[in-house]
Design a protein around this ligand. Structure first.
Ligand code: PEP
Length: 262
């Protein structure tokens, strides 16, 4: 518990991007790294729309074991190449504590996905990695459980934790998850940690990404993280929620309309 809200800095010295109360951070990129060309193109789209951090999954925890599981270390290498070319810091998911060193070597921020929010061994491992962590809310976790998961990371000495609301399981089938927009002010009332919103994984539908991003902005979130893909029809993962062209520009406009935005 702190009276002042924290800012977490993501990226190498000299190229750091703040995530916290003084800026609205726009993170975008492909759900999964599929090829170097696809990742470069998605990064170019993201950057030209104003995103300052690149997302992209190299290790993909999929519901089905038969679905594309990500390129693994080859995907991390692609991400590192795109980081080098664009200057954008990279956030990518880690699913296995044994991969902490290799992921931390290639990325600027380690993501804990919804399925691993309560994987305490993994949380402790990223607590010692020396890089900021993006901690997604478990899809069935209470806010209290989520904040305790953050404590597992902090307890190992890593205080650079950003929370991400990505929707919770409810009875409503119209969206893949229900974005719990109230979680943002509730967390901000009890925790100093920055909190961002993932409308792509919350909704699972691209038509809702811009409206839900606007809701995130209105309620005081510190940023959004969204999926983009140069050709969503052929995406190996979550194509229906990926933004393209005009959607991305509408989102960028909503972000630019923020007070204090450049
Ligand atoms: C992701 O961001 O790639 C992802 C799988 O998200 P979540 O863990 O929220 O489902």
């Amino acid at each position: 518990h702190h009276s002042e809200r924290s800012t977490v800095w993501v990226g190498p010295p000299g190229g750091q991007v703040p995530v916290g109360p003084d800026a609205f951070t726009f993170i975008a990129g492909p759900c999964a790294v599929e090829t170097a060309d696809q990742t470069f193109e998605a990064a170019r789209m993201a950057q030209s729309a104003g995103a300052t951090i690149l997302r992209g999954g190299a290790f993909k925890p999929r519901t089905s074991p038969y679905a594309f599981q990500g390129l693994g270390v080859a995907g991390l290498e692609i991400l590192a190449g795109v980081r080098e070319a664009t200057g954008m810091p990279v956030v990518t998911e880690i699913v296995d504590a044994r991969d902490v060193d290799v992921v931390a070597e290639h990325a600027d921020m380690l993501q804990i996905g919804t399925r691993n929010m309560a994987n305490f061994g993994l949380l402790q491992a990223v607590g010692g990695c020396g890089k900021p962590v993006l901690l997604k809310r478990g899809m069935t976790a209470t806010i209290e459980e989520w904040l305790m998961a953050a404590e597992y990371i902090a307890q190992r000495g890593n205080l650079d934790v950003v929370l991400c609301e990505r929707g919770i399981r409810t009875f409503e089938p119209a969206t893949r998850n229900t974005l719990d927009i109230s979680a943002i002010p509730v967390v901000q009332a009890t925790s100093h940690l920055p909190i961002i919103v993932d409308p792509s994984h919350a909704a699972g539908r691209k038509d809702l990404v811009v409206p839900l991003s606007r809701a995130a902005i209105a309620v005081g979130a510190d940023g959004v993280i969204v999926d983009v893909h140069p050709d969503p029809e052929t995406a190996l993962c979550d194509g229906p929620q990926a933004l393209l062209g005009s959607d991305l520009r509408a989102l960028a406009q909503a972000v630019r309309r923020l007070p204090g935005a450049v």
